[in-house]
Design a protein around this ligand. Structure first.
Ligand code: BES
Ligand code: MN
Ligand code: ZN
Length: 496
């Protein structure tokens, strides 16, 4: 979607959207527009129940003496409640309204009113961000007759007299949203298109002067002795890859922040095969890796003042004659041996080697992994919160605070010796599943055995990576959850 800015003018075609708060008067430039239509807007308001409440809207089709197709009044509600998240929601809803009426282009106007929780300029920036987020659609496979299912909205123009200031706020967040969209696209791709090699190739295209992208091939992965990861990959004809993103934006001797992603491009369960019902969802079992790619790309585009490493373990988990069997024992890169009780608990096997490799090679100051790790986290938290597990209270607080700001919420779960005991194996150092209960916690305990005292947090994003219930700024499908959360987390705590 093209987004432009202009001074306030009288649009000659397309659609005009007027944002209107509860009880607002038609003053200033809005008054001028109303007068131009011989008072048609004020009459429409008077003769309807439109009060400017959030969620209300009113259409004036073919307004008098104006050549725009329609004027759409969008209620934003109580002026005192207006903050960045509400602005984004209203923007998202507006995109949906415009798409429903097959609008291709719209001019937006919002009278500058005092009393919002953020500056008017910030508010406008978030409104536009919301429009863009809500207008997202993964439509590359909607071909031929399905074209009418594509979103119609192609362009919006915000009319405001002080737009250079708005543009500054907008441009910054917009780069983060580019990363969110990259993640949404990756998560949405089917597994015949996105597999370890193609994911690595896409990652390589993100290379820039401030970010190097290194791809580890199967023989290099073998030489590093990542046998836990290799065991998962061995049943598939699609060979594994490990991708390392190295972003330099901080000072030379500053230890990097590390972000690690589970990249299972398809999870059939392996020999412990999953039921066929819903198995198609397992194309997005690379959601964690998708977030790392989106985040690293955002950091490099917005030139964040920090050093960061992103590492993703890319494998396909398939049943076959060469697949790993339940009961197999593998020796991970850390030296610890793992009894593979269930080949469907594969994400933690991949992460075991990636976490160990990252802390050993890059000595990060902190390490955060993202993984669609357990079905149990969906039972516990549904689609709203990601599960947070950490060995560090400060990280917990910082992640939780950042999440609230961008509406990507996290909820902390406990870790303890008693849970850790549940994954002791009779014949190896550790086994890859616990007992009946606490499935998400024992999965996290497993990961913790491979972080070697590094301050670490694990986000179980199985419930939040794919949205089944559409929201104004998050259409059904890949959500990109995690990119904005971690960008905010970095911005608030690590950039000087
Ligand atoms: N990728 C799945 C978890 C998952 C389930 C993600 C549903 C998104 C939606 C993971 O690899 C898995 O299969 N976990 C098992 C673990 C069990 C075998 C201990 C699970 O949650 O059932
Ligand atoms: Mn699995
Ligand atoms: Zn999985």
């Amino acid at each position: 979607m093209k987004i432009s800015f202009s001074k306030i003018l009288m649009p000659q075609k397309h659609n005009l959207v007027i944002f209107f708060s509860e009880g607002q008067k038609l003053a200033g430039s809005l008054k001028k527009i109303d007068l131009k239509t011989d008072g048609q807007i004020s009459r429409a308001i008077k003769n309807s129940d439109f009060k400017g409440k959030n969620g209300q809207n009113l259409e004036v089709i073919s307004p008098n003496k104006m050549s725009v197709s329609k004027i759409l009044l969008v209620g934003i509600g109580d002026i005192k409640k207006q903050d960045s998240l509400l602005a984004e929601n209203i923007g998202g809803k507006t995109a949906n309204l415009l798409n429903k009426s097959k609008a291709e282009m719209a001019y937006l106007i919002l009278d500058k009113i005092d009393g919002m929780q953020i500056t008017f300029e910030k508010y406008c920036a978030h409104l536009l961000i919301g429009l863009r987020l809500g207008n997202y659609q993964f439509n590359k496979y909607l071909k031929s007759k399905l074209k009418e299912r594509r979103n119609s909205l192609k362009e919006i123009c915000l009319m405001a007299n002080n737009f250079p200031l708005i543009k500054k706020d907008f441009n910054y967040i917009n780069k983060v949203i580019d990363g969110v969209f990259l993640t949404r696209n990756l998560v949405s791709e089917p597994s015949n298109v996105l597999y370890p090699k193609s994911f690595a190739e896409i990652s390589k295209t993100l290379e820039k002067s401030n970010m190097k992208v290194e791809i580890l091939l199967p023989n290099q992965i073998k030489n590093l002795k990542m046998n836990a990861l290799l065991g998962v990959a061995q049943g598939s004809i699609n060979e594994p890859r490990v991708v390392v993103f190295k972003y330099d934006g901080g000072s030379k001797n500053e230890r990097p922040l590390a972000f690690i992603g589970k990249g299972v491009t398809f999870d059939s369960g392996g020999i412990s095969i999953k039921p066929s019902q819903g198995m198609e969802d397992m194309k997005w079992d690379m959601g964690g890796a998708g977030v790392v790619a989106g985040l690293m790309s955002s950091l490099s585009n917005r030139k964040a003042k920090v050093n960061a490493i992103g590492v993703v373990g890319l494998v396909e988990n398939m049943p076959s004659g060469s697949a790993q069997r339940p009961g197999d024992v593998v020796q991970s890169m850390s030296g610890q041996t793992i009894e593979v009780i269930n080949t469907d608990a594969e994400g933690r096997l991949v992460l075991a080697d990636i976490l160990w490799y990252t802390q050993k090679k890059y000595k990060p100051s902190i390490m955060i992994d993202l993984a669609t790790l357990t079905g149990a986290i969906i039972v516990a938290l549904g689609e709203k919160y990601a599960g947070l597990f950490t060995n560090n209270d400060l990280l917990a607080e910082r992640l939780s605070d950042a999440g609230k700001k961008v509406n990507e919420l996290v909820w902390r779960f406990p870790l303890s010796k008693d849970y850790d005991k549940l994954i002791n194996s009779h014949i190896a150092d550790v086994k890859n599943v616990g007992s009946r209960g606490a499935g998400s916690i024992t999965a996290a305990q497993f990961l913790q055995r491979f972080v070697n005292k590094t301050p670490w947090a694990h986000l179980d994003i199985a419930g939040v990576t794919w949205g089944n219930l559409p929201k104004p700024t998050v259409p059904k499908g890949g959500t990109g959850f995690g990119v904005r959360l971690l960008d905010q987390f970095i911005r608030d705590n690590y950039e000087k």
